[in-house]
Ligand binder design. Sequence first.
Ligand SMILES: Nc1nc2c(c(=O)[nH]1)N=C([C@H](O)[C@H](O)COP(=O)(O)OP(=O)(O)OP(=O)(O)O)CN2
Length: 134
Amino acid sequence: MYSLAVSDHFMIAHSFRGDVFGPAQKVHGATYGVEIEFRRPTLDEHGLVCDIGLALELLRDVLSEFNYQNLDELPVFKGRNTTTEFLAGEIFQRIKVRVAEGAVGAGTADTLAALRVVLRESPVAWAAFEGPLR
Ligand SMILES: Nc1nc2c(c(=O)[nH]1)N=C([C@H](O)[C@H](O)COP(=O)(O)OP(=O)(O)OP(=O)(O)O)CN2
């Protein structure tokens, strides 16, 4: 399986509910590093998984919904703990929709097999969500 990955980062504030989170129940900030990795079994006629520029643009666009936001204040996340794992899944779902709409190329959507989204919340901790794209 071939893969192509791009990365970016975003900054947010949020708080968690539940004693398990200790001091993180208070509002705190985080800067997440994000990697998205597209997978497909064969390359296209240009030798690509998908165009890097389009993938970077897509990732930046998806992250702009969260960047510099207090996630506690976003209606879409009302009542949710926006953990690193949860956010990896949310980013996966948004990218999956945009890929199906042609964001990384009209003919590419049907050929990409899977996507892995990795969110790094610190140098020693990260989470991921991975799933099929078709
Ligand atoms: N599985 C997860 N665990 C935790 C997450 C998460 O997103 N997924 N997030 C946090 C906090 O937001 C923060 O990143 C770390 O807070 P901290 O209080 O330092 O948590 P630690 O578990 O690293 O340390 P403690 O000694 O337990 O306070 C926390 N956990």
